[in-house]
Design a protein. Structure first.
Length: 107
């Protein structure tokens, strides 16, 4: 199977690679502790293992023509973030809303 048949995998690999590179650069730049290299490498290895697992899953889904499920897995984090933002905004606006008494009541 060709990677052009699985755009979900290509998008995932690009985004994850950028995430790993930026995580490595930011962690090295701002944390200056003597023993930090082990923590940075552990973080990178964890990201890479996760990337390999999800990549294999996406590849398998595309290979067996489950493209819709592959898109869903790719977009699931974005859907969750959107839902959390909507719930957060709703909670904030409900907390600020003034409670008016119903019609016919003086208090």
């Amino acid at each position: 199977m060709n990677l052009s048949n699985c755009p979900q995998l290509v998008i995932y690999l690009i985004l994850t690679s950028l995430s790993i590179i930026s995580s490595y650069l930011v962690t090295n730049q701002y944390i200056k502790v003597n023993d930090i290299q082990t923590h940075v490498m552990g973080n990178l290895i964890g990201h890479m293992i996760g990337m390999i697992v999800i990549s294999v899953l996406l590849f398998w889904l595309c290979k067996h023509n489950y493209h819709t499920i592959a898109w869903l897995i790719l977009l699931l984090p974005i859907i969750f973030v959107f839902m959390i933002l909507v719930l957060l905004i709703t909670a904030i606006t409900r907390g600020r809303r003034k409670h008016h008494p119903p019609h016919g009541h003086w208090r």
